[in-house]
Design a protein around this ligand. Structure first.
Ligand SMILES: [Zn+2]
Length: 370
């Protein structure tokens, strides 16, 4: 380790190491919200009664003191949480970001919180937060830079609806400045905004983020935090955490859809409504009742910036776990077939194909049972 860095560590950590009593005093002032946030930060179990959470944390801190393990960001975190204890708790605040459920949110995992979770407070028109990066984190970010300029480890601003009673989140409108320079943010805005490319990756440089909104009321039920996260890119998620497959839901869903209808046939073209290209990963969710599918990779490419996902066909709220791939359609797609004509048999006599010019080679005529 660079002697200069080790000096910085030792001076800063002296406080944590020698002053366990004052740390303990601070932790004992923490309410459940702050205790949970510290446990999330430490990647420890955050379930249990208040006294158990306190005990878990103090035991860990005592060990750190005994082992003399330097950790500046932990010290910063405790100080920051201690400052929060001086603010009133807002009713119904749920300040643990929803992404700690890795199965539902597979696109990234939190490494460290840089600015602890809090509700938006734009009473003064804007909210300002700042953070510094340790040499260790800067190294991690720089080492994870990909050939295409994207980062594996990113500084992420995340925004989520902390009003647990609300199923459908309203749109948010964010304007963001990083170190006095405004950055481009879509309106309505995504829930996850990656800031690494706009931040100064210098040791102990104070990066300042100013958040404002053209519609501050859109953020009333929202909380935010700033984290270092490890990203997983859509194709990696598809490969490493494959979605479940179903044999042929299309036929079952079609039967239900055609139940009360005169029509006996249905044509399904597997082209993506957004990119117009042929679907590779034909998916829908277990909540969907439509035969139409969407392409998983296209979907993840767009949804990786959101914490609440909607099916692009029926707009139902879905999670990654809800998504299933139609194996039957996938097998046909892999053979280059992407136009399908489904029909219901009439009195067990095969329904004749009536596509002009005969059956096109890419059209698969599929009977669905009555
Ligand atoms: Zn749907």
């Amino acid at each position: 380790m660079n002697p200069c860095i080790s000096e910085v560590f030792s001076v800063r950590d002296l406080h944590l190491v020698t002053d366990f009593k004052s740390i303990k005093k601070k932790v004992l002032k923490f309410r459940v919200d702050e205790l949970v946030q510290l446990l999330v930060f430490l990647k420890m179990d955050y379930m249990g009664l208040k006294s158990i959470l306190q005990e878990r944390i103090l035991e860990y801190l005592k060990k750190i003191v005994e082992e003399n393990v330097p950790d500046i960001s932990l010290q910063q975190k405790i100080d920051e949480l201690y400052e929060l204890t001086k603010l009133p708790l807002r009713k119904h605040s749920h300040l643990v970001g929803p992404w700690h459920d890795a199965e539902t949110f597979p696109m990234f995992s939190e490494i460290r919180q840089l600015v602890v979770s809090r509700k938006f407070d734009l009473a003064n028109g804007q909210q300002s937060v700042s953070f510094t990066l340790t040499p260790h984190l800067i190294n991690k970010i720089l080492k994870g830079k990909q050939a295409d300029g994207t980062f594996r480890f990113e500084i992420q601003l995340n925004v989520w609806n902390c009003e647990m009673r609300e199923d459908v989140w309203n749109d948010v409108f964010l304007s963001i400045e990083v170190n006095k320079k405004p950055i481009d943010v879509l309106h309505p805005s995504p829930h996850l905004i990656y800031l690494t490319q706009y931040c100064q990756l210098k040791e102990f440089f104070k990066n300042r983020i100013i958040i404002s909104s053209s519609r501050p009321q859109s953020l009333t039920n929202y909380a935010f935090s700033l984290c270092i996260v490890k990203r997983r890119f859509p194709f990696e998620v598809i490969e490493d955490t494959p979605v479940k497959t179903v044999d042929n839901d299309t036929a079952n869903l079609l039967l239900k859809q055609l139940e009360d209808q005169v029509e006996r046939g249905y044509k399904l073209y597997l082209t993506c409504p957004i990119t117009k290209s042929v679907i590779v990963w034909p998916c829908r969710s277990v909540k969907c009742t439509h035969p139409e599918v969407f392409d998983l990779l296209t979907f993840l490419n767009a949804q990786q910036y959101y914490l609440q996902w909607k099916c692009p066909v029926c707009r139902k709220i879905i999670t990654y776990q809800d998504i299933v791939m139609d194996k039957f359609l996938k097998e046909h797609l892999d053979k280059g077939l992407f136009k399908f004509a489904f029909y219901k048999r009439r009195n067990n006599t095969k329904f004749t194909d009536n596509i002009d010019g005969g059956i096109q080679c890419e059209v698969e005529l599929i009977a669905i049972e009555d």
